[in-house]
Design a protein around this ligand. Sequence first.
Ligand SMILES: [Fe+2]
Length: 236
Amino acid sequence: MKRSEVNAAIRHAEAFLERQHFTLPPFARFAPQDWAELDEEAMEIADAGLGWDVGDFGLGDFKKFGALLVTIRNGTLEALRSGAGKVYCEKIIVMTPDQTILHHFHKSKTEDIINRAGGRLELILHRANADGGFSSDEVTFASDGVRRSVPAGGVVRLEVGESITLEPYVYHQFRAVEQTVLVGEVSTVNDDANDNFFFDGVPRFVPIEDDEAPYRLLVTEYAAHYRFATVQRKGY
Ligand SMILES: [Fe+2]
């Protein structure tokens, strides 16, 4: 994916979020050069992967198949294992009209996907088979405290304010319909490097081709700019 596309997507998301009166944490507003000035007190930002995460699944058509996320908070796998401390994660996702996040499931993470503002969000759900394929079984889930189910491949529509709880091994593909959507994600600790299983085998993180200078660093790029980063997140 080209840096110019990443920069444009981030600028578009920032303008959209401002219109929605949603203000991101300070780390999401750092310029790339700010990272060289940060001391080790800021290690959690890099190690928890807080900040911008933009990709096109390697398909080269970001407007159709892409994801722009900001990880706002994220705990550690150690906390999750012990059940104490920061066992949770929060993200936002800005999805433009007709943009799709492809079918994937998680083996560990349970996540609520929340339509916070904008237009309608549509999800397509399948249960995952033991071999990672689509099961023909119906999918049962909770939506704002109400138990619901859809047949395999069924569509769930979330209007603004509505949410769905996606448990592990539930494939989900989702798409913004007609308008840009501010999607919230509240989940257990997120391990994007190891807990995303895409039906089509597409990569979660993609290499960025620098056709212009970065406007914001992506979470995969901190280790190269911040000397106290201890976690290496590969861009591909
Ligand atoms: Fe997911």
